[in-house]
Design a protein around this ligand. Sequence first.
Ligand code: C2E
Ligand code: MG
Ligand code: MG
Ligand code: MG
Length: 285
Amino acid sequence: NADQAMYGAKGKGKNSYQYYTHEMQTAAIKRITLLNDLRYAVKNKELFIEYQPICNFDSKKVVKAEALLRWQHPEKGRIPPDEFIPLAEESGLIIEISNWVFDEVCRNIKHWKSRFCSELQISINTSPSQYFNAESNITEWLNLLLDRGISARSILLEVTENLLMEANDMVSKKLFEFRQAGVDIALDDFGTGFSSISYLKKFPTDYIKIDKSFVKSMTDVSNDKVLCEAIIVLAKKLGISVVAEGVETQEQYDILKRMGCDYAQGYLIARPLSEADFESFLIAH
Ligand code: C2E
Ligand code: MG
Ligand code: MG
Ligand code: MG
């Protein structure tokens, strides 16, 4: 309780305490305001999705892309997902938002597959609460795909270690249901957590996404180069495909290709693109 703390601190270091509470208050107000704004963002059509192409090292073809959520705030401009997604997760809003993302991706995928690229697969990021929260209907997504005549192969779900760390039987049941239906599962930001490797034997995994921090330092910190290579070798032995995230330079691309990495995602191939620009990209390629 900030008032009490300030009152109690009066006799001691009043000024330093006030400064501390003031900072905390400002941060709290900022959060609450942003959360309130986010509640209306879906309704006001302030959210949209960008699609980042993912390229196959062998064929050089782009038949995959990642759906990345964006928020164009009417006054504050673009709010990065790393800022608003944690808010959405803590507040439970993420369930509604994720269902909206899924609907959007389905609508586009149907159109793009029939017109431009029949093999197209779009990956969707998922949050742990979608698997735990009773209100979440994530396994309903399978029925929705069926209803809309979209093959399960067209969707890839990205999960993070945060999910697998807390995972119980219900979570693995849901992941297995998806996998059995033909939806691919990718382990995102691989290598940044504590026990990534142990998850590979416990959970169904079709893809590993090597975190961009490894790719970034691959060319200067020699250990990271060794780690990248080790991850790729391990994945191959387990029959898992590897996507490298954050590929920005030709040098990184060449090294990863030599290492036997399967897919590249990053600014070198393309930035995350608006719906219209991604469509043009598909047409051009
Ligand atoms: P992520 O899933 O690891 O997505 C990859 C991030 O790397 C994206 O950041 C992308 O814009 C960025 N990126 C791609 N290529 C490069 C590159 O060459 N260099 C650098 N420096 N960065 C690159 P973004 O779009 O800011 O998204 C941040 C995170 O927000 C995502 O990380 C994901 O965890 C989360 N996120 C995005 N959309 C959704 C969503 O619909 N649902 C959920 N639950 N999370 C989402
Ligand atoms: Mg991702
Ligand atoms: Mg990632
Ligand atoms: Mg990330």
